[in-house]
Design a protein around this ligand. Sequence first.
Ligand code: GGG
Length: 347
Amino acid sequence: MKTYKIALLPGDGIGRDVTDAAWAVLGKASRSGDFALAGTSYPWSCDYYLQHGTMMPADGIDTLKSFDAVLLGAVGWPAQVPDSVSLHGLLLPIRKAFVQYANIRPHRLLPGVPGPLKANGFDILCIRENTEGEYSGAGGRVHQGADNEVAVETSIFTRKGVERILRFGFEQARARRGKLASVTKSNAQKYSMVFWDEITRTLASEYPDVEVTSYHIDAMAARMVMAPESLDVLVASNLFGDIITDLGAAIQGGLGFAASANINPERSAPSMFEPVHGSAPDIAHLGIANPIAAIWSGAMMLDHLGEKTAANNVMAAIEATTARGIGAIPGKDKTEAITTAVLSALG
Ligand code: GGG
């Protein structure tokens, strides 16, 4: 029997609540499949930072290398550690070190979930460039505290980075409904985003079966609200992808439903799976966080590991649960009740 080694990084706040829930569901899914999951949990988080001065140990990346996948909860506890420190100390270094350049975020309405829009027939796959762009971490500050203080943050777009994420998007569009929306702001950002548009046009000639449209990020935000059903696959830079996927989460009923996968498509290193939401300190450990986004992220992990039947079973159990109204309305059901319902729907 195949055993997959999974590194569990519950992180902060509700990350811990939802990772426990997802792990219970994945455990049951594996027991009915022909495989096992061996989890090792690491306490890397803002608590860890307060004790050690770093979000993870110096050999943290080396430690994770030996795993088949990473399942992460959430990162951040802004009352104690600035968000920029926690994000750049854990989540971003893992994505970069493991070349998880494709952040995949599916947005669709689960059965029973009352979305905020009238037009509910949508099924969008957002693909966010995950290793460079606006989150490259290149920049600096000078004259700190003085009147002439300056902060500079440079977005880095490489031909290799842009080409590979767009190619990934084209392949996803080809496997879905054949429509790719490339999202930039190339009227205002005349170097990086024009570069992105040029590469999109070049690659489009290799994918004549894919209908490509370029949108500016502001127009895309409006389209996602006004006509989400017109969209299929979206590809965007790190920052734009981060923003439009919170919008995607909102139109699918809330962040509690938004799953994500940080994929290394070449499989040269582990991929990482995490709900889109953050640590939500205001509701941490109250037992009211919706675990569906984390469980769905776990299903994406099973799919990536090649356990398609188990992944489909978990998705079917999530859908059966929300169809019964359990976990469908944000804030209505407890974490435990939703988890129990998904577990029992798994059979
Ligand atoms: N679930 C992961 C998490 O904590 N996300 C919070 C966040 O701010 N993420 C930023 C990002 O995805 O780049």
